[in-house]
Design a protein. Structure first.
Length: 358
C-alpha cells in the first residue's frame, strides 16, 4: 500500500501566517502538522508516500526532504492551482499505479492514529473506506450517510438538514477503483473535482464503500483557534518523564509538571508550568511560561508572562505582563508600551513588530 498526502491548499483561513508559510508546516508542540500526518501513515507500515504540493512546495520539500528522517520514501507531485482532491488523485495516477492507497489531508490531525480503519480496509477491502467522526453540528462538514453495518449510502457536502452526524475526517482508503471514478466526474459548482463526488459515483454504481468511525481527537488545523486547541491537546500528551532534558536551568528557576527543553534552551530566573516545550536555542529569562505553551527555536522571552500560546521560531517577547491564547509568528517582536489591561491576546503574523500596553 502507498500513501497520498495532500499539501497544496493555500490556507486562507490561517492568514496572515499562510502568507509566509504553508499551513501544513504550522508547528504544533514544535513539530509541523505534516510530520504528524506522515508519522500516522508510517505507523501503518507504509513506507512510500507522494506529497501533493502547490506553489509553496519548495518550503515543504525543504522541511521533509526525501523522507528518510521519518523512515519513509517521499515523492513530490505539483498541483499549481487548487482544483480539488479528486484532481490530486488524477495527478498521482502514474505514481499510484494499481496499488491500494491511503489518502490523508495534510492539515488534519488525528493524533491517536487510525490503525483500526486500516485493519478494516485490509480485512474487507472495499473499493473505498472513509474515516468518519461524530460531530455536534454536521452542517459544517462533508457528511456520510451510513447503515448499521457501516455501508455508505450517500455523501453530502455541508448539508443544511443533515441526515447523519458522521463527518468525514480527511482520511480515505482506496483501491484502484477510485481512478475510474475521478475520471468520470465533472467539476463542482466551485470549479473543483470533489473527492466526495468520486466516492458518490462509486456508491451510485453499487461499489463497496464503507465507513469506519474514529473516536479520538480530530482537528482540522485551518484556523488559529484550531491550531491553539490542537497545541493544548498535543502538549497534554507529552511524556511526563524527564524535565529539562537537554536544556539549561539556573538555580533561581522553577519547572513544574511536564517541561521539555530542547538542546541549547536556557531558563534563567523564571517559572515554567507544564505542559510546555521550549525549542532549541531559546532563552526564557525573568519570565513565567505555561501551561500549554510551545516556544519555537531561537526565541527570546524576557520579562514576560505567556500561557496557552504558540511562539514560532525566532520570535521575541519582552516586557509584556500577560499573553494568553496567542499565536506569535516567526521572527516577530512583541514589546511593552503604556500600561493598560491586565492581559493581551495577539494573533501576530510573521516578521511583524507589535507594541502592546504594559
Amino acid at each position: 500500500m502507498k500513501a497520498l498526502v495532500l499539501a497544496g491548499g493555500t490556507g486562507t483561513r490561517l492568514r496572515p501566517f499562510s502568507y509566509s508559510m504553508p499551513k501544513q508546516l504550522m508547528p504544533i508542540a514544535n513539530r509541523p502538522v505534516l510530520e504528524y500526518v506522515l508519522a500516522n501513515i508510517r505507523a501503518l507500515g507504509i513506507e512510500e508516500a507522494a506529497v501533493v504540493v502547490g506553489n509553496r512546495g519548495s518550503e515543504i520539500i525543504a522541511a521533509l526532504g526525501d523522507g528518510s528522517r521519518l523512515g519513509m520514501r517521499l515523492t513530490y507531485i505539483c498541483q499549481l492551482h487548487p482544483q480539488g482532491l479528486a484532481h490530486a488523485v488524477r495527478l498521482a495516477r502514474e505514481y499510484l499505479g494499481e496499488d491500494d492507497f491511503v489518502m490523508h489531508l495534510g492539515d488534519t490531525m488525528l493524533p491517536q492514529g487510525f490503525a483500526e480503519a486500516a485493519e478494516e480496509f485490509a480485512a474487507r477491502r472495499p473499493d473505498a473506506l472513509v474515516v468518519v467522526r461524530k460531530v455536534a453540528d454536521p452542517r459544517a462538514f462533508g457528511v456520510a450517510e451510513v447503515t448499521a453495518d457501516g455501508t455508505v449510502t450517500g455523501l453530502v457536502e455541508k448539508p443544511e438538514q443533515p441526515r447523519s452526524d458522521l463527518a468525514m475526517t480527511g482520511v480515505y482508503f482506496f483501491t484502484p477503483a477510485i481512478h475510474q471514478a475521478v475520471e468520470r466526474i465533472e467539476p463542482s459548482a466551485r470549479g473543483e473535482l470533489e473527492i466526495t463526488d468520486a466516492i458518490q459515483w462509486l456508491v451510485s454504481r453499487g461499489s463497496a464503500v464503507v465507513a469506519q468511525e474514529y473516536r479520538g481527537y480530530w482537528k482540522d488545523t485551518g484556523r488559529v483557534e484550531d491550531v491553539l486547541d490542537c497545541n493544548r491537546e498535543l502538549l497534554g500528551r507529552l511524556d511526563p518523564a524527564p524535565q529539562a532534558a537537554a536544556g539549561q536551568v539556573d538555580e533561581e528557576s522553577l519547572l513544574i509538571g511536564t517541561v521539555l527543553l530542547e538542546p541549547g534552551a536556557r531558563v534563567v530566573r523564571s517559572r515554567i508550568q507544564g505542559p510546555v516545550v521550549v525549542g532549541a536555542g531559546s532563552l526564557v529569562q525573568d519570565s513565567r511560561v505555561g501551561p500549554y505553551t510551545s516556544v519555537g527555536r531561537d526565541c527570546s522571552l524576557i520579562g514576560t508572562h505567556v500561557d496557552d500560546s504558540i511562539v514560532l521560531d525566532g520570535a521575541s517577547v519582552s516586557g509584556v505582563p500577560r499573553l494568553r491564547g496567542s499565536l506569535i509568528g516567526r521572527s516577530a517582536a512583541v514589546t511593552s508600551a503604556d500600561r493598560g489591561n491586565d492581559h493581551h491576546r495577539l494573533v501576530v503574523g510573521d516578521h511583524t513588530q507589535v507594541e502592546v500596553a504594559a
